[in-house]
Design a binder for this molecule. Structure first.
Ligand SMILES: *Cc1c(COP(=O)(O)O)cnc(C)c1O
Length: 374
């Protein structure tokens, strides 16, 4: 048995003919930079997500940086960001000389705690970055309401939630990344829509903002060699776009497969005294980038080690809250500032979930976990 967190090889095997011919076509035409596949993928992604404009770029971290540059955030400005998330979100805030204002998360949905949001807003606050962690949307209705009231920009980090759908109280539905001023995503291989290297994209419904984003991603030029603003060099390779063009067609099936795996885990552990299964938000679908349990009453790390011995991989996303990372000590936060995030770092465990999970493999994973408690 060879169980992996993510089985990209079997996924490739199923679409090999399509992918191989798409790659070969790029090589045959040698249009490695900005080939026609880049544009066609951007267009397909726009129609898939419902975003009016999609700007592709080199990775999800760049997407966040370009977003903050396009919104004109200035050094010293404050941006509110969850303490419990991947580092990229706060990293670009720091790199641009902005000030990360951490906020704790909700223990069972992992979204930023909206109840604490208003208290964090000061005269210097310019933006909020909700992260749709593990694959379901934060409560965008409340976040957008609050942002509007205080004149703040909203950047949705949807690197883990592409395809998730949020339903507003009036029944309107929108995809992750298309509700705020800007949405950002990543095509890192293990993401739900992953390429075979690095890639990223930025979503917006605002035509002026789209122009700015496009310009910044391309050295600050709208016309070649005429630089209107300081930009960056952040491109999606044509090869990656060609691969993504193929994989986007399968994304709904991929999300459905992930949900089947999640449902089977839910069934297996829903009454387990030591395992808390992930709570599904009532107003968002889930695309299960991760299936993350909370281990209660016993040592998460001992369970992880035990599973490893049985050939079952598992991961801790994330072991340290961002405000306690060495790199971010300069912002004056202390242990105890974000108790929910800090506790989650000791309890969360993500189990193997991917698009090609075999039933017998999942049965073995479940049996292995249960046997730890016997
Ligand atoms: C993966 C990820 C990113 C960064 O994406 P890269 O393409 O690796 O730069 C940003 N935010 C979150 C929440 C992520 O999961």
């Amino acid at each position: 048995m060879n169980i992996q967190m993510v089985d990209l090889r079997s996924q490739y095997d199923r679409i090999k003919a399509e992918v191989d011919s798409a790659i070969q076509e790029v090589i045959d035409t040698t249009a490695f930079i900005n080939g026609p596949q880049v544009k066609s993928f951007g267009n397909s992604l726009a129609s898939y997500t419902g975003a009016k404009h999609v700007i592709t770029c080199a990775n999800g971290t760049d997407a966040l940086q370009i977003a903050m540059m396009a919104l004109g955030f200035q050094p010293g400005d404050e941006v509110i960001v969850p303490a419990f998330t991947y580092v990229a979100t706060v990293e670009v805030i720091a790199l641009l000389g902005l000030k990360p204002i951490f906020i704790d998360v909700v223990a069972d949905t992992y979204e930023l705690d909206i109840a604490q949001l208003e208290d964090k807003i000061t005269a210097r606050t310019v933006g909020i970055v909700p992260v749709h962690l593990y694959g379901q949307c934060s409560n965008m209705e409340l976040i957008l309401e609050l942002a509007k009231r205080h004149g703040l920009k909203v950047i949705e980090d949807t690197a883990q939630a592409i395809g998730a759908v949020f339903t507003f109280s009036d029944g309107r539905k929108a995809q992750a990344g298309t509700m705020g001023d800007i949405g950002t995503t990543s095509f890192f291989p293990s993401k739900n829509l992953g390429c075979y290297g690095d890639g990223g994209a930025i979503f917006t419904n605002d035509a002026d903002l789209a122009k700015k984003l496009q310009m910044i991603a391309n050295h600050g030029q709208a016309k070649k060699y005429y630089h209107e603003s300081i930009g960056v060099n952040s491109r999606l390779d044509t090869l990656q776009a060609a691969i993504l063009n193929v994989k986007l067609k399968h994304l709904d099936r991929y999300s459905a497969s992930r949900n089947e795996v999640a449902d089977a885990y839910d069934q297996a552990f829903k009454n387990h005294p030591n395992i808390k299964i992930p709570k599904r938000a009532t107003n968002s679908t889930h695309v299960f980038h991760q299936y993350t349990i909370q281990v209660e009453g016993i040592s998460r790390d001992e369970l992880k080690e035990y599973l490893a011995e049985k050939g079952v991989p598992s991961m801790v996303y994330y072991p340290i809250s961002l405000h306690q990372q060495v790199a971010y000590q300069g912002y004056g936060y202390n242990a105890g500032d974000f108790p929910v995030s800090e506790l989650l770092c000791t309890k969360v465990l993500s189990l193997p979930i991917h698009t090609e999970m075999k039933m017998e493999d999942q049965a073995y994973i479940i049996e292995s976990i249960k046997s730890f408690f016997k």
